[in-house]
Structures are given as C-alpha cells and as structure tokens.
Design a protein around this ligand. Sequence first.
Ligand SMILES: Cc1ncc(COP(=O)(O)O)c(C=O)c1O
Length: 312
Amino acid sequence: MPDNYASTTLHAIGNTPLVRLNQIVPPNSAEVFVKLEYYNPTGSYKDRMALAMIEEAERSGALKPGMTVVECTGGSTGTSLAFVCAVKGYPFQVVTSDAFAKEKLQTMRAFGADLVIIASEGGKITPDLIPSMREKARQLSETIGTYFTDQINNPNSMKGYSRIGQEILQQLDRPVDAFCGGVGTAGMLMGVSRAFREAHQTTRIIALEPASAPLLSTGTRGTHTVEGIGIGMVPPLLSNDFYDEVRTVDETEARQMARMLAKTEGIFAGISSGLNVTAALQLAQELGPGHTVVTVACDSGMKYLSGSLYTN
Ligand SMILES: Cc1ncc(COP(=O)(O)O)c(C=O)c1O
C-alpha cells in the first residue's frame, strides 16, 4: 500500500466535509448544505487564511526566517496564525482582548503565542475595541524584524478562502443558488464569491451581520457578542462587485440555532455559524424546493464551552 500521510499538520488544512441539513429545514424549502470548517486543524476556517497570508509573505520576501509575526485578533485568526507560526518556526505576537472566548486565548498560548490583552468594557465588543486593538498591533509592528499580517487589509486571505468555494463546487454536482456568510474581515465571503465567479456560477451572495450592529445595512454601529463578525467598520476587503445583498440576523436566534444544530443535526459550532444557518434557512424558504443554499460552520463549539452559548 502506498504511503498516505500528511508531511506536516499544515497539509491537514482544507478538504472539509459538506453536509446536508436534514432535521431543521422547514417544509417546502430549498436544500441547505453546510461546510463543516471546524474540521480544520485548529477548529476554524481561519487556518486557510493564516496559511495563505504567511506563505504569500514568504513568497514575496516580506517575511523571512527569524522575524516575528504580529496580528490583532479576536482569537480565531490568532489561533490559526499561532498554529501556522508554530509549525514554521516564527515567533508570534498577538493583540487580543478579554471580550473573546477564554478558550481562544488559551489555545493561542498553547501554540506558543505572546499575548497582549486590551481590556474590554464588561466583555462586550464595543465599536472602539477593534480599532484600539489594531492601533496597538500597528505600534508593535513598527519594531524592526516584525511582519504584520494585517488580516483586515490583506487580500491574500481571500486566496486561502477561495478553496472553500472550489471545494463546494467539487462536492456538489449542481448549481448553488445562494451562499451566505457573516462578515468580519469579509475574507471568507469574498474568497468564496471569487471562486464561484471564476467557475461562472450565478450564485446569489448574501453578506450577514448582527441585527444589533447593522453597520453594513444601515450605517449604524452597535454592540453585540457574535465573535468574529460585525467589527465596527466596513472591512476594506468587502467589494460591492462580489456580493448581492446584506441581511441582518438577530443574535438570540443565532444562538438558539447553534444549540439546535448540535441537538438535531450533530453540528457543534459557534455563534457565527448559528447566524449563518439562520439566514440560510430563511433563504431556503424564500427559494423553495429544487434550489440549493450553502453556508459554512465557521468554527467549533468547543471554542465556546466556557461562555453562555452552551450553558443557557
Ligand atoms: C467565528 C468567526 N466567524 C466568522 C468570522 C468572519 O470571517 P471573515 O473575517 O472572513 O469575514 C470570523 C472572523 O474572525 C470568526 O472568527
């Protein structure tokens, strides 16, 4: 039998399962498929973008052996970057906050990252939090020998995420009528949208945000606790040419959906995944039978065990 192994854990990124929802889709709806991105090594789709950002920086010569990688993150990107940096041997300095899940902060430490914590107001993601984290990361990245991955402005993240789109098209032998996803940096939504466009799909692309922070849909800033999305600014990677519509989703419904997904479909994921599926079911009802809606489960429910998501 020939060898069948991954030469490093980085090769275990991607090729995640695409699963059809069976229990929670209302009657007379389109079929709904969810790409289970928690099958990536750190339990999140961010592994794809972390690898793409680091490898593109290596290729361009901006990142060289011995340099320290710097980023500001709520913890998912940080965990993925900490993982990629650990395997490749780069020190990693991460600006984060106590507003984000403890598990994420602990995991970054486990992968050897050096954490700089910005204190939040009562554990909430207020509109000022991400800008102050970014400012701190920018200051740190002025030190010689550092490389700031700058996820919010880095178009290489989309290269990593395009593979989600390519894999979906390989996994489904039919057109995808609608694809929806919550927007943080917008890297995932834009990467998937680009892959679909390159494959000449006419998929309707729907950007999602928390209803209490409807910045993209109404220009109003607000507070919420959906980690990873609703970052208090229009992300530079979000291009009007690559999405068709923005919708808001109520955070309470998103949380209920995450719990329902675990209990009925065996999908154990985070809050943003619950938000994605809430919108996907709405789209499925609108489109009706004979159509196909796809979304993603961004990360694993394991990252949220110490919070209120799975205790209430
Ligand atoms: C859990 C989670 N969901 C959704 C997102 C949004 O993804 P993107 O930044 O690609 O828009 C993130 C990003 O940090 C995240 O951590």
